[in-house]
Design a protein around this ligand. Structure first.
Ligand code: 5U1
Length: 677
């Protein structure tokens, strides 16, 4: 066996130290500094060196011990059976190798049946029941010893305090994951931010922080869930497959994943992986992979475990949604309404399946919250199709030379003054259409499909028209001629003529489209429609007081103020006049004296995964039609919208005899209401 060189030993010792440090942060201090993917890489490097030089492995290696020692605030609990962790697979090849290892050890050529479940991104817990009564709950800690968090776990609604049903073992220790669903996480962060406190970086941190409260009344107010996935110590009989065990756990009152499934062989695992990977972004909670377990318990026992993890299970991790990269510089962009947004320019990094080189920093408060400096190493997160975010700074990696981020005092595009409106976090440019950046965005919005729908007027063309000073406001679009347009890049005579024709066509519009096209703050399509129906004409709308505006469904004091301010601005009035002079017109309609929205008085609850839209879009569309959208099912619920894999809300709605709409029925309802209004 080769002897490790001094440089290998040095690298190995450094890896050990880093892993120790980050395990302590993760398991004991709930202050994860690096993404899981980075930690997994460090661990994989360590295992690789140990495989090559077994003589290096000492009892203090992180591979011989999982996690770190418990803190002292909570009482220590020794687990009756160690809480193992899972080996990771990072691709189909690793999965094929796992399946082969399983069959080789079992000396069989036959296809193995695997149980598959999502791997929740939360905090592992052990919960002990005696004679069906919850007796003790503990964190995983280092796998052998955890912390007693019984009072906190008792506050989680999905953890039964008493088990119900048949054949409950005299002693039963279940294991599962405590996590915070997205909806609850967003609400919690809103509350925390409104108190001026530091928001939680992600749902996992929020769950960890909530579980580790010494005052369980705080935990009780946190939206935690607990999904169980296995049994530890047991005195009594259990079924002989993993999935049958999960079924009895469900029967006894535990929350178990309704995405669990049986598959055959590595091919079945791959299919399930693809199925869940496609749903991941729409799930109402974070998962970071899939756990595959040999389903038969007798085979699990034959396979046994190595020091750290069982041989009968593996976690196939999803591509990392978080990675580390360096912040090169910060630029300031100006939006349609003048909002100044700092944008991070990053060293390109592959994360969440794409290469990311920019991330929004939102506003000055966000930069302060992150304590970010140019040159810092940062954790970048890209989940689903969500815009990449900087989650945190890796302070332990801060280079010697970093630079403060200077927020501009003047608009970086037009040099107009910037203002911060009281009560808002956003800083705005006061330039309006004088600012080329705002002009570009305003014209793009004006021309867009749901606004004036000017075919052929794409973003690149708008940018050229503004940069060459051909248009000062949307009204100037209607003064363009074919010759001017044909001079622009990638525009021939024919396409110029087509654009002129499209501009002509767009002149005949509807009042609601015109209102939406004006880009009044907070006036989206639905509000524009309601304003147009209520007032019937632009003149009536312009003459309306803030109070009168609030008679329109969907318009509260804030939106009413934005509308009134818009029509008080002389520049805006001049643009409207110029548009009308240049031929933009619409038919006035009879004003609706009272505007009853089709779903007024109805309350909907949305659950499960929708394929044609995300849940937020469904919520907004229902709300625009006058409905309320609630978070939980009650006797007051008019109907439950149930997408794929709907869980407990569906059962509750069925129990209460509440109408259930599947996705097709929802789409139909939205269409019918749209046509009727
Ligand atoms: N779904 C699931 N997550 N998870 C995590 N199953 C599962 N099993 C685990 C862990 C640590 O460990 C088994 C060895 C019981």
């Amino acid at each position: 066996m080769a002897k490790p060189s001094p440089s290998v030993i040095e690298h190995y010792e450094a890896l050990k130290q880093q892993i120790e440090y980050h395990s302590k942060c993760y398991y004991l201090e709930n202050s994860q500094e690096i993404p899981d993917a980075e930690f997994d890489r460090l661990f994989a490097d360590l295992l690789q060196i140990e495989a090559q030089y077994p003589a290096l492995v000492m009892p203090d290696s992180p591979s011989q011990r999982v996690g770190a020692e418990p803190l002292t605030e909570f009482e220590s609990v020794t687990h009756e059976l160690p809480m193992l962790s899972l080996d990771n697979a990072f691709g189909s090849e690793d999965m094929l190798a796992f399946d082969k290892r399983v069959r080789d050890r079992l000396k069989t050529e036959e296809a193995i049946e695997y149980a598959c479940e999502p791997k929740f991104d939360g905090i592992a817990v052990s919960i002990l029941y005696r004679d069906g009564n919850l007796q003790r709950a503990a964190t995983r800690g280092d796998g052998s010893t955890g912390e007693n968090i019984t009072q906190n776990v008792r506050t989680i609604q999905s953890v039964p305090l008493k088990l119900r049903g048949d054949k409950i073992p005299a002693v039963l220790e279940v294991r599962g994951e405590v996590y915070m669903p997205h909806e609850g996480f967003a609400k919690l962060n809103q509350t925390v931010a409104s108190r001026g406190d530091k928001v939680f970086v992600n749902p996992r941190n929020a769950a960890a922080g909530s579980l580790r409260q010494l005052d369980s009344r705080i935990t009780a107010a946190r939206p935690l869930e607990c999904c169980v996935y296995s049994v530890g110590y047991v005195e009594g009989a259990l079924p002989d497959t993993h999935l049958a065990i999960l079924q009895v756990l469900s029967d006894w009152g535990f929350l178990v994943s309704d995405l669990r499934q049986s598959v055959m062989a590595a091919a079945g695992c791959e299919e399930y992986y693809q199925f869940l990977a496609a749903q991941r972004a729409q799930l109402p909670y974070d998962i970071d992979g899939i756990v595959f377990k040999v389903n038969r318990i007798d085979l699990q026992q034959q396979l046994g475990a190595v020091s750290r993890a069982p041989r009968w299970a593996i976690a196939h991790k999803f591509p990392a949604q978080e990675e580390i990269t360096q912040l090169r510089e910060v630029e300031f962009q100006v939006g349609r309404t003048g909002a100044i947004t700092p944008v991070a320019r990053l060293e390109p990094i592959f994360v969440g399946g794409v290469t990311v080189s920019n991330a929004s920093l939102h506003n000055r408060d966000e930069i302060e919250r992150l304590a970010l400096k140019v040159g810092d190493f940062v954790v970048v997160r890209r989940a689903g199709d969500v815009i990449p975010q900087i989650v945190s700074v890796v302070h332990s990696r801060r280079p010697e030379q970093v630079f403060d981020i200077e927020f501009p005092s003047q608009c970086p595009v037009c040099q107009s003054d910037l203002v911060k409106v009281e009560g808002e976090t956003i800083i705005r440019c006061t330039g309006g259409l004088v600012c080329a950046a705002q002009r570009k965005q305003a014209i793009k919005h004006f021309a867009s499909r749901h606004a004036m729908d000017i075919e052929g007027l794409g973003d690149k063309l708008v940018e050229q028209l503004v940069d060459l000073d051909c248009v000062q406001s949307p009204a100037d679009l209607y003064r363009l001629n074919a010759e001017q347009i044909s001079q622009l890049e990638r525009m021939g005579k024919k396409s110029a003529e087509n654009l002129i024709a499209a501009l002509q066509t767009s002149c005949a519009t509807r009042l609601d489209r015109f209102l939406y096209a004006l880009g009044i703050r907070e006036v989206g399509q639905a509000t524009a429609k309601n304003l147009a129906s209520y007032f019937g004409s632009l003149e009536a709308l312009q003459a309306a007081s803030e109070e009168a505006l609030q008679s329109v469904p969907d318009v509260g004091p804030v939106v009413a103020k934005f509308i009134a301010e818009f029509f008080c601005n002389a520049n805006n009035l001049a643009v409207i006049s110029a548009l009308r002079e240049n031929g933009v017109h619409w038919p006035d309609v009879a004003p609706a004296t009272s505007l009853e929205l089709p779903l007024e008085g109805k309350t909907y609850v949305i659950t499960g995964t929708l394929a044609s839209m995300d849940r937020n879009t469904a919520k907004e569309q229902l709300q625009a039609l006058g409905a309320k959208v609630a978070g939980s099912v009650s006797a007051k619920t008019s109907a439950l919208v149930a997408g794929a894999n709907a869980g407990s809300k569906l059962s509750k709605a069925e129990d209460l005899g509440i109408d259930i709409l599947d996705e097709a029925a929802l789409v139909n309802l939205l269409k019918e209401c749209e046509e009727a209004s």
